[in-house]
Design a protein around this ligand. Structure first.
Ligand SMILES: [Cu+2]
Length: 144
């Protein structure tokens, strides 16, 4: 017998599996443009495990240097990039060694498996499944 609830739950499980595998395999790269004389965007929000790529789109050399020594790009020549992966959560301020007025912040949020898209999707599907079940009960009760 076809049971919508079970079908929807099963579909949810499959979605959860696919999405969790996908999110494990693909960390996001966030691009920050270095122009003369600013980091754009100045404040960037990323998730633990994400990578930030600074690209020097200006005419002068710059650096991306963590204020707390977490990373230091060294000189980034015009046209070049520097990548850094953020594996721990926190707020990280940085600056350019050549131009101290150039500053930026990377806010790194913990990845929250409990609220991953897969879990949200399965909750929605269970809710829909319960709705379908209730509607069927109501229509059966109405037919009597
Ligand atoms: Cu600079």
């Amino acid at each position: 017998m076809f049971e919508p609830r079970r079908f929807i739950s099963f579909t949810g499980m499959v979605f959860l599996l696919v999405i969790s595998l996908y999110s494990f395999s693909s960390a996001t790269i966030h691009d920050i443009s270095i122009i003369d004389f600013a980091f754009v965007p100045q404040i960037d929000t990323v998730v633990q495990g994400d990578t930030v790529r600074w690209t020097n789109n200006g005419a002068l050399p710059h650096t991306s240097t963590s204020n707390s020594g977490v990373w230091n790009s060294g000189t980034i020549s015009p046209g070049s990039s520097f990548l850094f992966q953020f594996n721990s959560a926190g707020s990280f301020s940085y600056h350019c060694n050549f131009h101290p007025s150039m500053t930026g912040t990377i806010a790194v949020y913990r990845s929250m498996p409990a609220f991953s898209p897969g879990v949200i999707m399965i909750l929605i599907l269970l809710l829909v499944g319960t709705g379908v079940w209730l509607l069927r009960r109501i229509s059966i009760a109405g037919a009597k």
